[in-house]
Design a binder for this molecule. Structure first.
Ligand code: MG
Length: 215
């Protein structure tokens, strides 16, 4: 990989993977939505199923349902308990440390609210100060909007060509990055979409990508 200066990480599904937490969080989201919209959880699920056809992002589903995203995520953060499901990730923490030492700026970019993102990082044992920049849906329009990407590039003071984006979802994380000219790394086991630049099965493999191939 040519000399990149900034590595942007999606958090959920990228820095860690927990199907149990994902399930639990989805359940909390459905319950909270049912309270906010004054309908049953079954009705909420039907609404989400319909909206998911228009957008792959749950945050955008919430916006389309007229939900105040900031308030919603703050309440969700109070209810959710990620540390019950997500284990400390010393190896990921060490990896981020090595990347910083090698001179990369690091950013975290999530569609979650800031309070919940901080709780998840806490469960992982990753100090948020590891990230030079953190953009959540409290700070910018959620992905796949280009808003957060541009905000990160602006804050870092670098061009799209100098950045690389690491994420687990093509439509939500990587397609918008690609459209802005940011290089992309997909994390996960599925099929690699054609225009993704690099693929790793596990986040730890990016060490080779960034630290062993640079001159
Ligand atoms: Mg993700």
């Amino acid at each position: 990989m040519p000399k990149q200066k900034l590595i942007v990480f999606d958090i959920d599904g990228t820095l860690y993977r927990s199907d149990d937490y994902e399930r639990e969080l989805h359940k909390e989201i459905v319950e909270l939505l049912a309270e906010k919209l004054g309908c049953s959880t079954e009705e909420v699920k039907a609404k989400l199923r319909a909206l998911r056809k228009e957008t792959p992002s749950i945050s955008w589903c919430l916006i389309k349902l007229g939900i105040n995203l900031k308030e919603f995520y703050e309440e969700l953060a109070r209810r959710a308990n990620p540390s019950k499901y997500i284990r400390e990730a010393k190896d990921v923490k060490a990896l981020l440390g090595k990347l910083k030492e090698a001179g990369f700026k690091l950013a975290a970019h999530t569609n979650s609210g800031r309070a919940l993102a901080l709780k998840v990082l806490g469960a992982l044992g990753i100090n948020p100060s590891m990230f030079d920049i953190m953009v959540t849906s409290d700070d910018a329009e959620p992905k796949p909007s280009p808003d957060g990407y541009l905000k990160i590039l602006g804050l870092a003071g670098i061009t799209a060509e100098e950045a690389v984006y690491v994420g687990d979802r093509y439509d939500v994380d990587l397609k918008p990055a690609k459209e802005l000219g940011i290089r992309t790394v997909i994390v996960g086991k599925g099929i690699t979409p054609k225009d993704v630049d690099f693929k790793v099965e596990n986040i730890l493999e990016i060490e080779d990508l960034f630290l062993k191939t640079q001159g």
